[in-house]
Each structure stands twice: as C-alpha cells, then as structure tokens.
Design a binder for this molecule. Structure first.
Ligand code: AMP
Length: 222
C-alpha cells in the first residue's frame, strides 16, 4: 500500500508513520528526517538545506524531490508511508507524475487535522532523542527516566518563532496541496486530536476502506 500522511507540523505525522512501520510493515519516507540526516552528515544537500530548515522555511522543491524519489524507488514503489512530502503544489504534481510513470498511484492521502493553538502547545513541549530520533512530549509522553537528559533536545525549529513561521508556511504553501487531492477518491480527512492510539485507529479505519484486500491479507498473515 502507498500512503501519504498530511497535516500541519506537529499533527503527529511522524509518530503515526512509525506506528504504520511497526504494525503494517511499511517503510517510512520522511523528507524532514532525510534532510536532518543530510545536515548531520554535512552532505552538499544538507549544507544547502540547513538555513531553510533552521528558519522553519521550506527547502527548495528540487532538493526534496530528489530525496523523496530516491527513497521511493529504493523501496520498489510500494509499501511506503510518505510523511512531510509533498508539501507544495509543485511537489504534488511531480509526485503524481513520478508514481503514475511507475504504475504506483497513492492509495490514500490522509489529512490529520489539528488546530493552530493545539499545534503551538504540542510543538513547544516536544523533545527529541538526539540519537534515536524518538519524539516525546514533556507532559503527555515524557522521556523515560533512564535516558540521560543530555540526549533529550529541543529541535531548533520547535522554538516559538520557528513554530509560528512553520504554521504560516503550512497555511500559505501546503494547504493548496489539499485542494489538489481533495476531489480524489484517495483523499481522507481525520481528526488528529486524541491519544496517539485513538488517532492510529482512525488511520486504520481509513486503510480498511482504501485498501480492504491488503488489510485483510495482512491480518490473515499475523
Ligand atoms: P518535518 O520534520 O517534516 O517537520 O520537516 C522539517 C523541515 O524540513 C521543514 O520545516 C522544512 O524546512 C524541511 N522540509 C521537510 N519536508 C519538506 C518538503 N517536502 N518540502 C520542503 N521542505 C521540507
């Protein structure tokens, strides 16, 4: 199955994508993670992306296009969950053309809906494990006590000015991508408020509808 998760920064796309990896065996393709790895490794792409990511701005389309397409091709165009891609109309058009060319259209584009106020609250309390990339929330999912505090960091783009910038970018540049998919049969919108289990069960309900045969086959093989 081929899925794209969609929604504002902090809607829980990354956490839900990780659940889909664990429970459905999908590969997680996150352009944000790919960019952070490139930045840590100081590759040419990483160096070019750094100033945009740190400021909470979108990196140029061509840069993420290459990262996303390489990752999708590497996994034979199937069983992936896209997280954070596409984020602009241009990226959505490229993605459709790329997947059509390989007879591998998306089965479900799922918008996880969360209000701006909730986003600011969630992101400013988010922390990340420096080495594993695991996400925590200081109140609702605190880091385990056995993890040394020096390993728990706040992403630079989770600081208040950058959060505001990212929300503005989302409304201006990414919401139009919703209009691009909205009339397609593969488009679904779910409420992103609730425990991560609750939100995950909403995603599974969507998948039961979008890819019933695959979900049944997976359930049988468990
Ligand atoms: P994320 O981890 O998905 O929130 O992404 C972190 C940052 O990486 C974003 O704020 C952007 O600067 C950059 N980024 C990730 N995905 C994309 C994309 N599809 N297009 C442009 N920039 C992106």
């Amino acid at each position: 199955m081929r899925i794209a998760l969609f929604g504002p920064p902090g809607a829980g796309k990354g956490t839900q994508a990780e659940q889909l990896v664990r429970r459905q065996g999908l590969v997680h393709v996150s352009t944000g993670d790919l960019l952070r790895t490139a930045m840590n490794e100081e590759t040419p792409v990483g160096k070019e992306a750094k100033e945009y990511v740190t400021a909470g701005k979108l990196v140029p389309d061509e840069l993420v296009r290459t990262l996303a397409e390489e990752a999708i091709a590497e996994h034979q165009f199937d069983d992936f969950v896209l997280d954070g891609y596409p984020r602009t109309l241009q990226q959505a058009e490229w993605l459709t053309a790329f997947l059509d060319e390989h007879n591998a259209p998306l089965d479900a584009v799922i918008l996880i809906d969360v209000s701006d106020e909730q986003i600011v609250e969630r992101l400013s309390r988010r922390r990340v494990h420096k080495e594993t990339g695991e996400n925590y929330h200081l109140d609702f999912r605190p880091p385990p006590p056995d993890v040394h505090e020096s390993l728990i960091i706040q992403r630079k783009d989770d600081r208040p000015e950058a959060i505001r910038q990212r929300l503005q970018v989302y409304h201006e540049e990414t919401r139009p991508v919703i209009s691009y998919y909205e009339d397609e049969d593969c488009f679904y919108q779910i409420d992103g408020v609730g425990s991560f289990e609750t939100v995950y069960s909403r995603i599974e309900a969507v998948l039961e509808e979008a890819v019933p045969d695959e979900m049944a086959a997976r359930a049988d093989s468990e």
